[in-house]
Design a protein around this ligand. Structure first.
Ligand code: ADP
Ligand code: MG
Length: 247
């Protein structure tokens, strides 16, 4: 496989904070339309890796190519424009707006010449809101004020706001934190739907959840990749049991 076949090709990536290498010569490839789960102990560098991909943190050295375009020197907004969507651990939604309005304001305006010139795209926006609402289980809540949603529904809404931009790569940091058991199940289903035509990287702790969604799992430890492969393979890897699953 050449590098151009990957959605994301990360090579030899390093970043240090006060001399401490949070990401240490890390190499990772994500396929187009792949759902990849990243696990690992606290402080392994998982969140930092997403920060580097979305541009919140700048790499010290190494390469991050998205659809064969080098990202490391690009600003955060440029990476969003290229099709990278990042969800942080705490949802940032407009509590006073309805679910519908939250989705509507997230539709990218003026990204294309058509978008900037034509207001006939109201129908397109409506269509997108409906389809995203279905994906995130909030069709019945479109008129509800976002502040009244459950914690889990707020998490879904924020994923929906990212989906409005139709990102080709979606980065989710611990999306089920604080969710009920039922909401976790529904989130597993949601992820299967939304990774159909994009690549998704999910960081997660909950091993039951990981088992439900995982195709390929990457285990991080001390800024490096400790193991990679199927859930079965990774779970039975003595190195992984030692630093992570054994506890
Ligand atoms: P994880 O998400 O796997 O728990 P993080 O990526 O949040 O790990 O953190 C990896 C390491 O880098 C930790 O030791 C953390 O304290 C450190 N770190 C992360 N971000 C910063 C920062 N902005 N400044 C200094 N140290 C940081
Ligand atoms: Mg983290």
């Amino acid at each position: 496989m050449s590098n151009t076949d990957f959605a994301l090709a990360i090579e030899d990536l390093t970043v240090s904070f006060d001399g401490f290498k949070a990401i240490d010569a890390l190499t990772l490839y994500i396929d187009k339309n792949e759902l990849r789960v990243i696990i690992g102990p606290n402080g392994a560098g998982k969140t930092t890796l997403l920060d580097l991909i979305c541009g919140k943190t700048k790499a010290a050295s190494g390469s991050i190519k998205f659809k064969n375009t080098e990202l490391t020197k690009m600003a955060e907004f440029q990476r969003v424009r290229l099709g990278i969507g990042r969800k942080f651990q705490t949802p940032s939604i407009y509590e006073n707006l309805s679910v519908f309005q939250n989705l509507e304001v997230s539709f990218p305006k003026g990204r294309s010449v058509m978008g900037a010139l034509a207001f006939k795209c109201t129908d397109d926006v409506m269509e997108r809101v409906r389809s995203v609402a279905q994906d995130i289980n909030l069709t019945d809540k479109l008129d509800t004020e976002a502040g009244l949603l459950s914690h889990g529904q707020k998490q879904w809404l924020e994923i929906g706001m990212l989906l409005m931009q139709d990102p080709e790569l979606l980065l989710l940091d611990e999306p089920i934190a604080g969710m009920s058991a039922r909401e976790r199940e529904l989130t597993a289903e949601l992820l299967q739907r939304i990774c159909k035509n994009r690549s998704v990287i999910v960081i997660e702790h909950d091993m039951n959840f990981v088992k439900q969604i995982a195709h390929k799992v990457t285990v991080m430890h001390q800024g490096k990749i400790l193991a990679e492969g199927s859930m079965d393979k990774v779970q039975n890897d003595p190195k992984v049991i030692d630093v992570y699953l054994g506890h």
